[in-house]
Design a protein around this ligand. Structure first.
Ligand code: UDP
Ligand code: MG
Length: 312
């Protein structure tokens, strides 16, 4: 029925083990999009779910021509899922939104208005509080945003979600970034353009629980830093210079003491601790080098971002 209509609005929905919420999301999304009164499409990306997500998505797509789906051969992560969805869209304006109800669909009309009539290229949603989140997590999140700004010259907006609406020009720019190590929170600000942030209060998941453990978030932040800053590499050089200066003053001190007082050089413990200290720093800095090397390795292999098992 709607198949031949060029959609105006495209929704990209990454889903990983979301069987419990997809139907509800679908119904609400249809409601919202219908109220805007333009042709639209919804693209579900099943990120290798282990539950019945694919089945539900497939059924929905078979029933409703405005719904399409892409399903991965295994879990490739949300960034890959978003990319697959963005590559598949046909609409003029594109929304990326989570399936779990944490991103309020009700913001979409406002976002559309911002991009269509106010001259912005992107409208993003920003949580103004972190209700329902462990305080430790919020604390580290804040530190991370600060650090990014300092060392990567990228303004990762605090509380910014992957819930955004963009125009075609913006979409093309996102798709032109070929990297494997995709860190959206960095890619978007790196692109530039004009983004308007719409604020809302944090909403907790409808059901299920977040896929993010603290450890996952931690390594994700490290990936972000490595992807957008080479400053950590400078740590090795700076530490090297500092240690060199310390060693130099030590040598001068020892030589003078020998000449003036004639003391024999003593101190087994101090020698060992200096050796340990220096080798610790060496390992630490080699580790930083290794992190960059590992990222370069994944980039040069040029593997696809994801493998599609099924689409419809
Ligand atoms: N997601 C995904 N692949 C993953 C993890 C998550 O596609 O490997 C999807 C998930 O289904 C949801 C969205 O990404 O629609 C956000 O995930 P989640 O709610 O776990 O993250 P949070 O909202 O806590 O940031
Ligand atoms: Mg969520």
């Amino acid at each position: 029925m709607h198949q031949n209509t060029q959609p105006y609005l495209s929704l990209v929905v990454p889903c990983y083990n979301e069987e419990a919420v997809i139907q509800l999301f679908y119904e609400q999304a249809i409601k919202t999009c219908t109220s805007i009164n333009t042709p639209f499409e919804i693209i579900f990306v099943d990120d290798g779910s282990k539950d019945d997500t694919l089945k539900i998505v497939r059924q929905t797509a078979n029933k409703d021509a405005r719904v399409r789906y892409v399903s991965f051969s295994r879990n490739f992560g949300k960034e890959a899922a978003l990319l697959a969805g963005l590559q598949a869209v046909r609409g003029e304006y594109i929304v990326t939104i989570d399936a779990d109800g944490q991103d309020p669909l009700s913001l979409i009309p406002q976002m559309l208005e911002v991009v269509v009539s106010q001259g912005y290229d992107c409208a993003g949603a920003r949580r103004i509080n972190r209700k329902g989140e462990p305080p430790v997590r919020s604390f580290f999140a804040r530190r991370f945003y600060r650090l990014m700004k300092k060392i990567a010259d990228i303004e990762v907006v605090d509380g910014a979600r992957d819930f955004r609406l963009m125009n075609r020009k913006y979409l093309e720019a996102v798709l032109s970034m070929p990297e494997r190590n995709r860190f959206s929170k960095g890619i978007f600000p790196w692109l530039g353009f004009r983004t308007k942030w719409l604020e809302y209060e944090n909403i907790e998941r409808v059901t299920g629980k977040t896929r993010w453990s603290f450890w996952k978030l931690f390594t994700y932040s490290l990936d972000g830093i490595i992807a957008f800053s080479s400053k950590p590499l400078a740590i090795a050089s700076i530490l090297g210079i500092v240690l060199f200066l310390v060693a130099l003053s030590f040598i001068i001190f020892i030589v003078i003491r020998r000449l003036v007082y004639g003391d024999p050089v003593a101190g087994w413990a101090s020698t060992i601790s200096v050796i340990l200290f220096c080798s610790g720093i060496q390992l630490f800095t080699t580790g930083i080098l290794g992190q960059y090397l590992a990222k370069i390795y994944t980039e040069v292999k040029q593997r696809p971002h994801f493998i599609v098992k099924e689409a419809g």
